[in-house]
Design a protein around this ligand. Sequence first.
Ligand code: NAD
Ligand code: UDX
Length: 481
Amino acid sequence: MVKICCLGAGYVGGPTMAVIAVKCPDVEVVVVDISTARIDAWNSDTLPIYEPGLDDVVRRCRGRNLFFSTDVEKHVDEADIVFVSVNTPTKTRGLGAGKAADLTYWESAARMIAGVARSDKVVVEKSTVPVKTAEAIEKILNHNGRDGVGFQILSNPEFLAEGTAIQDLFSPDRVLIGGRETPGGRRAVQALKDVYARWVPEERILTTNLWSAELSKLAANAFLAQRISSVNAMSALCEATGADVAEVAYAVGKDSRIGAKFLNASVGFGGSCFQKDILNLVYICECNGLPEVANYWKQVIKINDYQKSRFVNRVVSSMFNTVAGKKIAVLGFAFKKDTGDTRETPAIDVCKGLLGDKAKVSIYDPQVTEDQIQRDLSMSKFDWDHPVHLQPMSPTAIKQVFVAWDAYEAAKDAHGICILTEWDEFKNLDYARIYGSMQKPAFVFDGRNVVDSEKLREIGFIVYSIGKPLDAWLKDMPVVA
Ligand code: NAD
Ligand code: UDX
């Protein structure tokens, strides 16, 4: 029986290993983590992450061939294949602060593997890492491992998106495996290929050299984020000219060379990956003497920051240039629908912008807890462009944050509503009821273009939708940058 161990029971390690376990009943999969709380949650009825379909997959194989444990060393030693899916955040201090990936967790995992392994291991980079990390990891493993114990390192980046992780893992566009072009390297690639081949068609399993696999992951995320910044940049121009960004995106996406997906204008992209991975790419370009290439990619993040502040400015300028003391309802706090994840969510910047203008902010999200919202808004923001931690929100501002149980409670007595996550339930709210409970004039600022703006206007709302022709009211209240 092949034994797999995965270090890191997070958004990637947990779902990925659960799918391997369900598709390969004869493979024993143990997911380990240094966080006891996380492992306890994986072993309970309330999993630590919300992901559609995940509960069912875990229920089918947990205790059969899927296990969650904190006994990291034991399970690493017993495994044939060790996946490393630990976090690789942006460095906030020291050399490369603000851009470089912090590989502290990765390095300590590699040193631990080298220290405990008593038999040969295939070590798989599942985390997103800078290109050439495999070389550093190989050195750590080979210099610290026991005599006679061999290591093969593979790069097998993960392409799942949150909210659709199970679907993406069951039916991936591609699985990418990079390895050394040596007999040992090829055997390791084949061993991992054999695992995926249980459910992924052969032609979708791509094999490359190590560096191509590592760089492809950063490149894919940069290309995806660049599409969003491109359409968001167009959304600003649409508002200025009377064009409709949805129509423009549709017409552009009809070109089969461009394609229709991932062209939805929004308040900005969020999530733990896009910004972090582009900054990582920027740093690698700078380290390789390519400042022009670095600046090109940096602009994707700058446009994203611009889109978030543009949204806040629109809210404030529409309401007579002040939101001080006004209640603003925020519908949606997660960085996208169908997840409770708030890492780098645009809602943090928008809420902080509104609080900075002294608004009272009442937030409702179906999957994000009050604790999480308070933590996110209390934390000081890290400015990647100047690598400094900005001042945290003042305690007085934080006191102006309220978390509501539903959208109706959040909107009661509010002057405006900001829709920041595209949860399906926001499409079908009783907006006439909401309008009746709000201060007038009542505004809706749709940061995801999910509501039917015409219907809302008929009810009486003043509606702002990203990149759409502006209401007469909004035209009369221009945004001052
Ligand atoms: P996460 O923070 O949810 O999980 C990482 C886990 O690793 C944590 O639970 C942490 O306690 C654990 N950990 C850290 N050091 C450890 C060690 N030495 N031994 C055992 N466990 C350890 O992170 P995530 O979102 O799952 O991301 C993991 C990696 O996958 C990152 O590199 C990320 O860029 C990449 N990735 C993430 C996504 C995504 O959608 N979240 C998608 C593709 C790739
Ligand atoms: C992303 C990549 O899609 C995935 O392949 C990679 O493995 C991890 O990073 P994720 O961040 O989970 O996945 O979600 P994704 O669907 O890519 O959305 C990222 C952000 O972009 C969200 O805030 C989303 O709302 C936003 N987005 C997405 C848009 O604003 N417009 C779009 O058209 C698509």
